[in-house]
Design a protein around this ligand. Structure first.
Ligand code: ZN
Length: 235
């Protein structure tokens, strides 16, 4: 009887330690970088080496330009909590909401659905890295805390398939928390979304429907390999 209790205690302890280790591993990458994101938000001028600039690229042959100014704090695949992985990039301006421009990273055809306060999606008929495949570029969080939109007046609700060149002003970074899984702070959420094969974008909230943005920007933007560091052009 006593032996059974000891065995039970040992098994319970093992399960608790195993689960704890799993949860720690699942959230650790984002947690390590979170410290740096908070440093950035407190005083961006202390870390100019973490900043990327809208309309520029790291490598001359990278297909995409950076869609905004700021620190790329959360990456593709970051786990904010166990079981959910981040489907895109969060780029933090370090400014107030409604101030820092968001521009198109690549040319395409912009749609803003009638009920979208903070987001637009741009259809790219020909993936520059896989010609013949259609992809979609999603830009979100362009609204204030109460949902007042910071999207350019060029793209009112209901805009459908309007052509935008790379570098076109889409709106301004905001802090609208329409997506509860995203961290607070003024930022742009950007993701590359797969097509469903019938000309529609797939559900952006599932990482399996999105692509690793690393090769499109010529930067290590995959949480699995980037670790705790802030990806930047000149490390
Ligand atoms: Zn995000």
């Amino acid at each position: 009887m006593k032996n059974n209790r000891i065995l039970f205690a040992i098994i319970t302890a093992g399960v608790v330690i195993g689960l704890g280790t799993f949860l720690y591993r699942a959230v650790r990458p984002a947690a390590g970088r979170s410290v740096r994101v908070l440093d950035w938000l407190r005083e961006p001028s202390a870390h100019p080496e973490w900043a990327v600039q809208a309309g520029t690229r790291c490598l001359p042959d990278a297909p995409f330009v950076f869609p905004t100014d700021g620190c790329i704090g959360y990456l593709w695949g970051d786990a904010f909590r166990a079981g959910r992985r981040h489907q895109g990039l969060d780029i933090f301006a370090g400014t107030d909401a409604g101030v820092t421009p968001v521009v198109a990273a690549y040319p395409g055809y912009l749609t803003r659905q009638a009920d979208w306060k903070s987001a637009v999606i741009v259809r790219v008929p020909d993936d520059p890295l896989q010609p013949g495949r259609q992809i979609w570029l999603y830009y979100a969080h362009m609204a204030g805390p109460s949902g007042d939109s910071f999207i350019s007046s060029e793209f009112p609700p209901g805009t459908y398939e309007k052509y935008v060149a790379a570098g076109t002003l889409l709106g301004y970074q905001g802090n609208y928390s329409g997506d509860a899984g995203n961290p607070a702070g003024v930022h742009l959420h950007f993701s590359i979304v797969l097509d469903d094969g019938r000309g529609n974008f797939r559900n952006e909230l599932d990482i399996n429907n999105t692509l690793d943005p690393s090769p499109y920007f010529g930067l290590p933007l995959n949480a699995a390999t980037a670790g705790d560091s802030i990806p930047a052009c000149n490390p």
